[in-house]
Ligand binder design. Structure first.
Ligand code: NAD
Length: 488
């Protein structure tokens, strides 16, 4: 065990229905980005703990009561989980803020909404079914079954810890899968509290949901390569997602990836300007830019550009500050070096600015060319690049000239423009005259380097299921055993 000051809270992790330390006894510290101080210790799991968790999840799947439970009963259990999240939402949100430094209003809103995922997929649990398929040969009865894929691994980022676990957990449990979760090493505490207050309290059988806390390479990679794991659901950066995909391919695991973005927010001159200014601010500064769907490329039509930027800067000045420090500061320097014009912020925030230890000022660059690094790479902070365009053709071309395709915004009063531009932008979600709306009902995911597969909506449950075809011959057996049975 490492030496830690006695005042730090000490968490254990949760494997096979029991609280435990890492097998090695090692821990790491978790920090409050506002004060810069450590506030708790977390078990530093490695391959040994991963193996124990995956074996427990496999036993719970193979011989445990979870997949064998009547689907209606599983649905009821999901609704119980929803009720417990409702009860503890405020507490869980406060723990999240302590680790990720975001606004309590942002995290509380996420936690308050999260129960809906468990109510929704709880309702779907007993609507999962195969179908009877007409046979093209006499006396055969043919049908399909929808079965859970097995043990699923979730690997999640630091920005919205419990929400992104919930988006995976609700459909996976409804499908009858068992789960091992690795949260971000920066934000493990809220998941451990969730396990105690929600999962344990709900009475899920041991091994159905397990947690291994730790670092990417030492904990994440053994999970992705573990032989008992059937599916990996990953949310995080694009480079990490590519590594996860490559490792998972070796053992043919099913993979879903929710990755980074550099989303265009396109403002046409026929929009309602005040709404669009507010949408542009909310797109980049509402979650301190630390959301995969941040509208970090603001495309503004030439004819309203100057007037728009003036209003934008005035409103953005009122935004709250963001942590994640070094990486964001280095991008600000890159943008200055590329010749972009900094019209707001542009550096670290001091205590007088209202910042904590690791905080950056909301920053806006104008005169950005879409080829610059500040326009092409994900900063994951409160840094907005404003890019001018002349007409619809150029707006669509710039919007699509990017490796990513997660989200996009369109601001216009023209119905023709709203529908045609939405169709032409290559992104998993397009918002018209709004931004950053998500729902358990609407599929969410990325085109291009922003990911594989979809979360949310009824179709998300399919990624936790596989189809079995059953053939029953009610007639005489026989025929030539050396020839494939086809319809005659
Ligand atoms: P990250 O990729 O650094 O880490 C994500 C998770 O992967 C962490 O748990 C980390 O420990 C783990 N990890 C790191 N290396 C690994 C490896 N080799 N094998 C297995 N696991 C490994 O991302 P982050 O900085 O925590 O989060 C920010 C990123 O997440 C941004 O790019 C953001 O756009 C993206 N994101 C995407 C979505 C979405 O839904 N598309 C949502 C939120 C965040």
């Amino acid at each position: 065990m490492q030496d830690v000051p006695a005042k730090l809270k000490s968490y254990q992790t949760y494997i096979d229905g029991a609280w435990c330390d890492a097998a090695s006894g090692k821990t790491f510290q978790t920090f409050d980005p506002y004060t810069g101080d450590a506030w708790a210790t977390i078990p530093e799991c490695d391959a040994k703990d991963v193996d124990r968790a995956c074996e427990a999840a496999w036993r719970a799947f193979d011989e445990g009561p979870w997949p064998a439970m009547m689907q209606t009963a599983r649905g009821r259990m999901l609704r119980k989980i929803a009720g417990l999240i409702e009860k503890h939402a405020e507490h869980l949100a406060r723990i999240e803020v302590r680790d990720n430094g975001k606004l309590i209003s942002e995290m509380a809103a996420q936690l308050k909404y999260l129960p809906e995922w468990f109510y929704y997929y709880g309702g779907l649990a007993d609507k999962i079914h195969g179908s009877v398929i007409p046979s093209d040969r006499p006396e055969h009865f043919t049908y399909t079954l929808k079965e859970p894929v097995g043990v699923c691994v979730f690997i999640t980022p630091w920005n919205s810890p419990l929400m992104l676990v919930g988006w995976k957990l609700a459909p996976a449990l409804a499908a009858g899968c068992t789960v091992v979760i690795k949260p971000s090493e920066y934000t493990s505490a809220s998941l451990l509290e969730f396990m105690k207050l929600v999962i344990e309290e709900a009475g899920l059988p041991p091994g159905v949901v397990n947690v291994v806390t730790g670092y990417g390479a030492a904990t994440g990679e053994p999970l992705v390569t573990h032989p008992k794991v059937a599916k990996v659901a990953f949310t995080g950066g694009t480079a990490t997602g590519a590594r996860v995909n490559e490792l998972a391919a070796k053992t043919f695991k099913k993979v879903s990836l929710e990755l980074g973005g550099k989303s265009p927010n396109v403002v046409f001159d026929d929009c309602i300007i005040d709404d669009a200014v507010s949408g542009a601010v909310s797109g980049i500064f509402a979650a301190t830019g630390q959301t995969c769907i941040a509208g970090s490329r603001l495309l503004v039509q030439e004819s309203i550009h100057d007037q728009f930027v003036e209003k934008l800067v005035a409103m953005a000045k009122t935004a709250k500050l963001a942590p994640q420090y070094q990486r964001i500061l280095s991008y600000i320097e890159i943008a200055k070096g590329e010749g972009a014009n900094c019209v707001l912020g542009g550096g670290a925030a001091t205590k007088e600015d209202g910042g904590g230890k690791y905080f950056v000022k909301p920053t806006i660059f104008t005169g950005v060319d879409n080829g610059m690094r500040i326009a092409q790479e994900e900063v994951f902070g409160p840094v907005l690049s404003v890019i001018k365009f002349k007409d619809e053709e150029e707006a669509v071309a710039i919007a699509n000239d990017i490796a990513y395709g997660l989200g996009a915004g369109v601001w216009t009063q023209s119905v023709r423009r709203a529908t045609t531009v939405s169709k032409r932008i290559r992104a998993g979600t397009v918002w018209v005259n709004t931004y950053r709306a998500v729902s358990f009902l609407m599929p969410f995911g990325g085109y291009k380097a922003s990911g594989l597969g979809r979360e949310n909506g009824a179709e998300a449950i399919d990624s936790y299921l596989q189809t079995k075809s059953v053939w029953i011959n009610n007639g005489p057996a026989g025929g030539n055993p050396f020839i494939m049975k086809t319809a005659s």
